[in-house]
Write a protein that binds this ligand. Structure first.
Ligand code: CA
Length: 168
């Protein structure tokens, strides 16, 4: 596959898989609003959406999305080998690789993303609460961290841009 083709396929697939797993851009935009509204009272959902679009255009973000969702899906179908199958299926607390994968997204716009990520991971607002609902037959062991990380990275990007505007 040519580089350009593969880049396009990667972005399209990552976006489609998020939708197929029940996550819309607006769900993530709500999380960004939740994180940033107190610092930027005039912030609207459109601007949150724009920042998420930019995050999703990054190759390392797409790679994390594709890898995490693929593992969630295979676990849901019981297709992984043990002991990994059980670990991911029951979302074992000490596993931690789901968070480490998400860090590659948080990292994209620097370290303030980590504070946002930690906060949102504790609060679990909106879509994150849904993804953490263990009574569903879906496996979102990776997806919840990925979604939180996209929101954290978009918040960092947004905050950087506000700071730049204020300096001008
Ligand atoms: Ca998780």
């Amino acid at each position: 596959m040519k580089d350009k083709e593969s880049k396009k396929l990667s972005e399209e697939t990552a976006r489609r898989w998020l939708r197929e797993r029940g996550v819309e851009i607006d769900d993530i935009a709500e999380l960004v609003l939740f994180l940033q509204k107190k610092y930027h009272p005039n912030l609207d959902i459109e601007e949150c959406r724009n920042n998420i679009e930019r995050v999703l255009s990054k190759r390392e973000v797409q790679n994390a999305i594709l890898t995490g969702i693929q593992l969630d899906r295979l676990a849901e179908k019981g297709m992984l080998e043990e002991p990994l199958q059980s670990i991911i299926e029951v979302d074992e607390g000490l596993y931690g690789v789901d968070e480490i994968l998400a860090f590659s997204i948080v990292n994209v716009y620097g370290s303030i993303g980590f504070t946002n990520y930690g906060y949102i991971d504790k609060q679990k607002p909106g879509i994150l609460e849904k993804l953490n609902d263990k009574s569903s037959d879906k496996c979102h062991t990776f997806l919840d961290d990925i979604v939180g990380a996209i929101a954290a990275a978009a918040s960092s990007r947004l905050a950087h841009r506000y700071d730049e505007d204020e300096d001008e």
